[in-house]
Write a protein that binds this ligand. Sequence first.
Ligand code: WTA
Length: 656
Amino acid sequence: MANIESILQETRIFPPSAAFQAQANVSGMDGYQALTARAAADYEGFWADMARASITWKKDFSKTLDESNAPFYKWFYDGELNVSYNCLDRHLPDKAGKTALVFEADDGAVTRVTYQALYNQVCAFANGLKSRGVQKGDRVIIYMPMSVEAVVAMQACARIGAIHSVVFGGFSAKSLHERIRDAGAKLVVTADGSIRGGKTVPLKSAVDAAIALGGCECVEAVVVYRRSGDASAWNAARDIWWHDLVNGMAQTCEPEWVDAEHPLFILYTSGSTGHPKGVQHSSGGYLLGAILSMQWVFDAKPDTDVFWCTADVGWITGHSYVAYGPLALGMTEVIFEGVPTYPDAGRFWKIIQNHQVTTFYTAPTAIRSLIKLGADLPKNYDLSSLRLLGTVGEPINPEAWMWYYETVGQNRCPVTDTWWQTETGAHMIAPLPGAVAAKPGSCTLPLPGIMADVVDEHGGSVPLGQGGYLVIRRPFPSQLRSLWNDPERYKKAYFPEELGGKIYLAGDSAHRDADGYYWIMGRIDDVLNVSGHRLGTMEIESALVANPLVAEAAVVGKPHDIKGEAIVAFVVLKGVRASGDEAKKIVAELRDWVGKEIGPIAKPDEIRFGDNLPKTRSGKIMRRLLRAIAKGEEITQDVSTLENPAILEQLKEAVR
Ligand code: WTA
């Protein structure tokens, strides 16, 4: 792989400038090492101190970590808090008039929301939820566009102890249906539609379609925020407009004090089976991870920073670094409704200029596509407000890193490449920008208190320079607590017996260089990373075989310049193999189908047809072979165990 080769040759190193280091929250390697040494010497004491310093507790905790029922860990578990209180109420005495959110709409309209106004809106909506019978522990699905209201809905759930599950607005009715049912949601919050790049996409009608698929009797109400003007059917017994719900509601609402382990949210993500996993996060430990990573990795300066994370609230990044982290610190943050390329590819740079953004956090895929659409565009904007850049979601190739550093950051801003996952809740491995020197393409060193390692299949550490499984050896506060409805899968997927049953297996492979720096090599399971979005190959395969034309399907990834990975599907049709125009027609039909089954992000980039798939005599699909074919590589592997070697020639032919 070209990317891996260029990473292996990467030797450039970028230490923090003296000026950045001097003002940093964690300054110099001494500062970093003091924290890691403290964590190593007294692990629980370290985390307990951090939790007391960062979070306002209603009732202090006396217990820090419970490992008695490993891997079901508990942190700070006799303490009581409320996450929304920590994000809002505690700032009101001195920051009521400070801007919390700067919302920039797709069309450029800007709305500023102060901490007082956000508090009022969250309380009113929380009261609205209560008026519809939502109580502590009930699940609420949030299927919303990027908006102030999406954050309000999440915070309002946190305020009353309801467990939210945000579903990305790009997921289909079918995906939404699966999540509503698995979560057993009592209420769904949505909008009539979203507006992105000048186009509207209906959301409420997808909710209707999801519920119509059946088995959603749990849903008692659907709250609809009016945004796009998209029309949909209206069920007066169930549907209510957002503005009607909050009308007349009190703008104060006593927070529900919950214990630290109370689930804050469920977020579904892809794994190696056809069904997404409901990653369940806690209140106390999760909040601590969000706060510490803001301070350590983003060097947060609440009084002067303007923070902008471009992630949608439908992903973990939008949870930790849009809905919770920045607000818990009392920062000003930008929320953007639209897309980076509308009305033109300078949109991100213009937003940074107009709102004087200091800290900018986005995905490598966005960086790569913006390089392609206008490598010189950033120069047309005043980006002097920037002081720190971050990336997340996928490996960043050194070329993109250098462009980000030189052209966007003007050789002035440290770049922090943050490795973490839906499951970890917060950054795990990333340079603390005033301490750890960066190397393009490496996420560098673990955060203080994160006991990362690279191991072999028995859990033994591998020497520097050697690849292996990325693991985290000790439990840490922000990690997932379970999989919703499926604790067995939680154990199996993340704490395999082979590794002793207590070590967190991330699902990525990695190696460390001579300096101990981590280099992420990719997933070890059947998970693809397409434009920073996690997708399971099995999910896409299940969607394909659900189509009446399809007998069998196998999905693999292949490297893609911009998206990181592209989706290639090998399909066996019922009846004869399609060719010519007929094949083109079926390809279009199947792509559409997958868009409807999962969402447009899961549409295969390429579909190839065969009379059957390459299998071993025991019937296993040889995915390694399919990956080689997808990449256009010469097949050098031993194919003698193949049942049907002749099939390979057929599958080399892509439908164009
Ligand atoms: C990948 C996103 C390399 C990785 C926060 C991980 C990365 C998966 C990086 C999690 C990075 C995330 N460098 N790879 N800096 N960050 N990944 O759950 O494969 O959507 O396991 O969380 O993305 O994706 P998820």
